[in-house]
Design a protein around this ligand. Structure first.
Ligand code: ATP
Length: 809
């Protein structure tokens, strides 16, 4: 587990005391616009001051009472007296032309507040302040001789003062050196390329002389960058001291051990027989773009005639502060010693097998580093493939995986676990732009890839997911991550979960949200989280029936899938009297389906396979997990219908083949390290970690929100003989509690309409349909007639009372 320190940092907005203001959206917006306008005002005032400032200067310096109000229009500045004063103060008395930086910062602040553009305010503030102070001095020094009849110093009083003071103390060369040093430090802070460029400028020859390059990068730096920017490629600086050392050397990188140092470059060339060893560049790249962590998960505006969120429009989605933040969240650090040692070992082992390496690039992910190797010309990738086991053995670290070649590239990949893995928190995943702005129907955020990108998939597209892995490798955490991502994005009217938990303990934490988000078979009085095998069979059969009903509805609506259907529904293009209602997605999650298959065999396997084959179009999706990935559990039938596979670490290669049709899962390192397959090649992902207290907090939040008062009802499953399962004979116990009232309503209106029952008693279509079926059995209404209301067979209440009394007796 990661350190449990509270790592919440005090942000710039908090320091500045504007964090509270930021919490009110409308206020933010108005205030942001105001600041934007103010920045434009300042720019105009500054420009006007440069053009016509000499006319205002004397008035400002010798201001008479009342003149500041400019009632006689004595000021020439386009922004009036206020503009003239502001421009005079900022430009003349402070920073000269560099004062333009002030409206730039204001504009950025305004844009952030109106949420048009998300910038890191602290970084911007620091950078712009340095730019302003530096250029004020530089302008005073370099532009003053050309300033002509400008009424202020180009760098303002600040620039002039600093310039004169520095010249007095250290002379002109000293001043130049200070300006140069500050510029270099600043550029290095801004971009890691600075060091590279400076080195290149200092020693251009070295670039040509070296052959093997090694670079370490963090994050999602794209390969195009590397390929396109041939110019920017790491220079190869020979270090004669190291080169002359015949021993495998220890390189002192000073403070360069951590990735927080923006650019660290070093070059090692060691004598390992005739082996040239790679040089070294550490490059920090952009991490996944975060969203504003105060924002609630987006609630899109609804402007369709029917609001699918009715009547729970006040429902508030879970907030990000319910999740925990971890140390170094989302930003893996680079231990240079570790990287160097791994790189040395790889080069040495490959050379022992006669494989010459040209370049090595190391991409440091949260738990794994990928060493990407290009071979010297003439060496075939197949050679590595044949040597795969030997190389893995020689490198002998736990969890090494060799990818030869990396698909789509001519390089070899060697994945090596990091000595200090990072926890990928759920918060860092959900607080990413990628998740918050996703248009996926059922977005599930799984974790982070090796390149530090948020890895998300759309369950609606997959459409069913098989999760496997040995015990204790992170399956339950993975399932919680899947459920959490769905809960953060979906309204209770849009999503229903069917949770099946043969282990009885895994899903019990979701009890608080059963009414909001769970679905259960109608006459089950027990907990909607299913733990009993017979209940599982009933529920799966019930889902098959629901699937058929939904297909009928899709057919009568003339659409092909749930998305088109719901779109028609919310746009009032479906006849509601024909039983149409908004269809929530249904996600069935089975925690240990191996147990179920072992106890109930085909009875479980067949409905699972049937749902998996057909249910995609009607919005029913399955996620099934097992810790026993054997062929007797993951049968051909199941495998064929579950294209999405999520493989955590397994004990043996054969298990990996069962899940992924290839080895790999047996080489994972556990604790959420997984391979995700949905198509050709698996992606290695570090699963997001969501702890039980976090899930509990989310559930408590949802429980407190307005929402459905009972779980969604699934239809009564059909038995082989065609009758309802579990319905039994028609006695009072089996009748719906609303039966008598509903029957009286039907007789009073003489309308055998299911949707009327639905509306009048505010119940779901399934329950209303079941009431109609019960009335049909007792001869109160006739058989269903497609979309039309049923015939009412009893004309008065007395006859109905007789029917009910008959059942009671
Ligand atoms: N993504 C993750 N990041 C960090 N640690 C993790 C992650 N996933 C799991 N772990 C660690 O592994 C432990 C076991 O995880 P989990 O309970 O999910 O395993 P499991 O595969 O469901 O086991 P079982 O099958 O026995 O229930 C967790 O308590 C946690 O300490």
């Amino acid at each position: 587990m990661a350190k449990k320190k509270n790592t919440r940092k005090t942000g710039f907005s908090e320091i500045m005391g504007i964090s509270n203001i930021f919490q009110n959206d409308i206020f933010n917006f108005i205030f942001g616009i105001l600041i934007l306008l103010l920045s434009v005002f300042l720019v105009i005032a500054f420009i006007s001051y440069i053009i016509s400032g000499q006319n205002d200067q004397s008035i400002i310096l010798d201001l008479k009472p009342g003149e500041w109000s400019n009632s006689e229009r004595v000021f020439h500045n386009s922004c009036g007296s206020l503009g003239a004063f502001a421009a005079y103060f900022f430009m003349s008395r402070c920073f000269g032309f560099a004062a333009f930086v002030i409206p730039v910062f204001m504009a950025l602040l305004g844009l952030k507040m109106v949420k048009a553009y998300n910038v890191g305010l602290l970084k911007c503030f620091m950078c712009l302040t340095i730019i302003m102070l530096w250029s004020s001095v530089a302008l005073s020094k370099f532009l003053a001789p050309f300033a002509g009849d400008l009424i202020f110093s180009p760098g303002g009083d600040h620039g002039l003062f600093c310039c004169q003071w520095l010249e007095n103390v250290i002379g002109v060369p000293g001043l130049m050196a200070v300006l140069f040093l500050v510029a270099i430090m600043f550029l290095t802070y801004i971009s890691s390329e600075t060091v590279t460029v400076v080195r290149k400028l200092l020693n251009p020859v070295s670039l040509i002389t070296n052959k093997v390059k090694f670079r370490v990068r963090v994050g999602n730096e794209s390969d195009e960058n590397t390929a396109d920017n041939e110019e920017k490629k790491i220079p190869y600086v020979e270090d004669p001291e190291v080169f002359d050392d015949p021993q495998p050397q220890t390189v002192d990188f000073g403070n360069a051990g951590m990735a927080s140092v923006p650019v660290i470059e070093n070059r090692i060339k060691a004598d390992l027989g005739n082996v040239e060893e790679p040089g070294f560049t550490v490059k920090e790249t952009e991490t996944e773009e975060g969203a504003d962590d105060k924002t609630l998960v987006t609630e899109p505006d609804i402007n369709t005639p029917i609001n699918p969120k009715e009547p729970w429009t006040k429902y508030k989605y879970p907030t990000l502060d319910l999740l925990k933040k971890y140390d170094n969240d989302g930003k893996p650090y680079i231990d240079m010693k570790e990287q160097t040692a791994n790189k040395n070992r790889i080069v040495e082992v490959l050379n022992n097998f006669g494989v010459q390496v040209r370049t090595i690039t190391a991409t440091v992910g949260p738990t794994i580093t990928l060493y990407e190797i290009t071979l010297e010309d003439g060496i075939r990738v197949s050679k590595i493939r044949n040597l795969e086991d030997d190389i893995a053995l020689s490198l002998s670290a736990l969890g090494i995986r060799i990818i030869a070649p990396i698909p789509g590239k001519g390089t070899i990949g060697i994945e090596v676990p990091n000595a200090k893995p990072n926890i990928v928190s759920m918060e860092s995943i959900l607080n990413s732009r990628k998740f918050q702005e996703t248009k996926m129907d059922l977005p599930i955020a799984i974790g982070k890839t090796i390149t530090n990108e948020v890895f998300m998939v759309d369950l609606a597209k997959i459409p069913h997911l098989l999760v496997a892995g040995a015990t204790g490798q992170g399956k339950s955490v993975g399932l919680n991550a899947i459920i959490t991502s769905l809960l953060y994005k979906k309204h209770p009217n849009e999503l229903k979960l069917v949770l099946i938990d043969p282990k009885k303990v895994e899903f019990s934490i979701y009890s608080p949200i059963v009414n909001h988000f769970l679905a259960k078979v109608s006459d089950d009085n027990e907990e909607p989280i299913i733990t009993d095998v017979t209940k599982v069979i009933r529920t799966l059969n019930s889902l098959c029936r629901l699937m058929d009903t939904r297909y009928d509805l899709l057919k009568s609506a003339g659409v092909r899938n749930i998305k088109e259907y719901n779109e028609k529904y919310v746009n009032h293009r479906l006849n509601l009297t024909h039983g149409h209602e908004y269809m929530p997605y249904i996600v069935v999650i089975i925690d240990e389906f191996g147990d179920l298959i072992m106890t109930a065999g085909k009875e479980i396997e067949l409905p699972i396979a049937r749902i998996a084959q057909l249910a995609r179009a009607v919005g029913i999706h399955m996620v099934i997990a097992t810790q026993r990935p054997t062929t007797s559990i993951i049968t051909g039938n199941i495998k064929a219908n579950f294209p999405g596979r999520m493989a955590f670490r397994v004990g043996a290669m054969i298990d990996s083949r069962t899940i992924l049709d290839r080895p790999g899962a047996n080489q994972l390192i556990g604790r959420g390290d997984l391979l995700f397959l949905n198509g050709n090649e698996p992606t290695r992902v570090q699963c997001a970690f969501v702890d039980t207290p976090e899930v509990e907090r989310i559930n408590q939040h949802i429980e407190q929100q307005p929402g459905p008062v009972e779980p969604m009802e699934l239809p009564e499953p059909i038995q082989d003989d065609g009758s309802d399962m579990g319905g039994g004979s028609m006695d009072v116990q089996n009748l719906d509690p609303l039966f008598e009232e509903a029957a009286r309503a039907i007789i009073a209106t003489q309308q055998g309409s299911t949707s009327m029952i639905q509306r009048r008693f505010s119940i779901g279509y399934n329950r209303a349909g079941r009431l109609m079926d019960q009335m049909e059995k007792l001869g109160i209404v006739g058989a269903a007639q497609g979309g039309k209301p049923r015939e009412v067979l009893i004309q008065d209440e007395n006859s109905l009372t007789n029917v009910i009394n008959n059942i009671r007796n």
